[in-house]
Structure formats: structure tokens, C-alpha cells
Design a protein around this ligand. Structure first.
Ligand code: ATP
Ligand code: MG
Length: 142
């Protein structure tokens, strides 16, 4: 992307949270947290798309379960804007394992387990740019 992206991150409302009817509540938390939603769509990933997205975890023992889960049902993918967006969104999500997440975080409230933990967030500006480009073309970011 030509745009400076240190104020953008990529987010997913994962299949567990969509299935449980938490999409609206999570979007409300995002807006309440001061993020501007620059792009949003509901998709269902193929297994191959989920494997490509989580390629860095290919060697991990949870890779098969993770990609099966992420392709099992629809999810919501988003581009979020805020100063320091990557850090800010990870702070609002909370720890990967909902049992270890702080009170008031999205994963604490909506996550069921370390695998089914309600949301995804990019872990660096560089990965945010890659992940945004994986799901959105430039015209879809408004
Ligand atoms: P995400 O990348 O989804 O935002 P994260 O950066 O907090 O989460 P990662 O280490 O990147 O955590 O792991 C990616 C995803 O893989 C986690 O969100 C979770 O769904 C799954 N995962 C990670 N560790 C485990 C595990 N030990 N067992 C099962 N699933 C796991
Ligand atoms: Mg990660």
C-alpha cells in the first residue's frame, strides 16, 4: 500500500464469535475503543486461504486445528485505523489465551479457549500491511 500504515491494523472476528452472535458487540467495542473502521466484510475462508494466512504457524502442532477452525464458518475481516493501531488493537483483544486475558478485554469476554479466542490482530506494522493486502484491495479501504 502506498499509504503509511503505522496507524492501520488488520482484524478478524473469528468463526466462534460470529457463530455465537457476538459480531455486533465486538464491533461496538472497536468503535468505543476509538478505532475507525476503514474496511469490513464477511467471508468464509477456504482451507487453503486459512493455511496461507497462518503460514508462519505451519510447523506448529495446532496448525491443522487452527486452519480447520478458521475455514469452518464465516468470519468478519476488517481494517482498523488508530494511532498505534497494532498495539492498541492487541491491547483491546487481550492475551491469546482467554483464561489469561485481562478483565475488560475482548478475548476475556468472548473467547472460549486458546484456539477459539474470538479475534485476530496483526502483530507488527509489517504484518498488518501483508495481512490487509491478503484480504482487501486498495479500492475496498475507504
Ligand atoms: P492471532 O494471530 O490470532 O491474533 P496471537 O497473535 O495472539 O493470535 P499467535 O501466537 O499468532 O497468537 O497464534 C495464532 C492463533 O493460533 C491464536 O490466536 C490461536 O487461535 C491459535 N493458537 C495459538 N497457540 C495455540 C495453542 N497452543 N493451541 C491451540 N491454538 C493456538
Ligand atoms: Mg498472531
Amino acid at each position: 500500500m502506498a499509504e503509511q500504515i503505522n496507524n492501520l491494523t488488520f482484524a478478524i472476528i473469528k468463526p466462534d464469535a460470529v457463530r455465537a452472535g457476538h459480531t455486533g458487540k465486538i464491533i461496538d467495542r472497536i468503535i468505543g475503543g476509538g478505532f475507525r473502521i476503514r474496511a469490513l466484510k464477511m467471508i468464509q475462508q477456504s482451507r487453503a486461504q486459512a493455511e496461507g494466512f497462518y503460514d508462519v504457524h505451519r510447523s506448529k502442532p495446532f496448525f491443522a486445528g487452527l486452519t480447520e477452525f478458521m475455514s469452518s464458518a464465516p468470519c468478519v475481516v476488517m481494517v482498523l485505523e488508530k494511532d498505534g493501531a497494532v498495539r492498541a488493537w492487541r491491547d483491546l483483544m487481550g492475551a491469546t489465551d482467554p483464561a489469561k486475558a485481562d478483565e475488560g478485554t475482548i478475548r476475556k469476554e468472548f473467547g472460549a479457549s486458546v484456539g477459539e479466542n474470538a479475534t485476530h490482530g496483526s502483530d507488527s506494522d509489517e504484518n498488518a500491511a501483508i495481512e490487509i493486502g491478503y484480504f482487501f484491495n486498495r479500492l475496498e479501504i475507504v
